[in-house]
Design a protein around this ligand. Structure first.
Ligand code: FAD
Length: 58
């Protein structure tokens, strides 16, 4: 079993692991992501939310 360690599960970390997981067979490659946070929020989405979110209809 080969091991790949990715430091940082932010934009770059999650994107590259998402791509590599599809290319590297799970039976051959063990991928570990290390991050201080348990979740990643896609920061560019913050701007979109601010412009498009509206109050729910009553
Ligand atoms: C409001 C906003 C809007 C944006 N809009 C755009 C846009 O429209 N287009 C664009 O191209 N870019 C945009 N950006 C910038 C873009 O989000 C960043 O350039 C991108 O997230 C950088 O990716 P990264 O993987 O290098 O870092 P990050 O996504 O910040 O990931 C770094 C990760 O490393 C972890 N980490 C850091 N230090 C440690 C440590 N000591 N121990 C453990 N974990 C650690 C963090 O928790 C984090 O998960 C925007 C940013 C913001 C804040």
């Amino acid at each position: 079993m080969r091991r790949l360690l990715v430091l940082g599960g932010g934009t770059a970390g999650t994107m590259i692991v998402n791509k590599l997981r599809r290319r590297l067979p799970a039976r051959e490659w063990d991928i570990t992501v290390v991050d201080r946070d348990d979740e990643h929020r896609y920061q560019p989405g913050y701007q979109v939310d601010g412009r498009t979110c509206r109050p729910a209809e009553a």
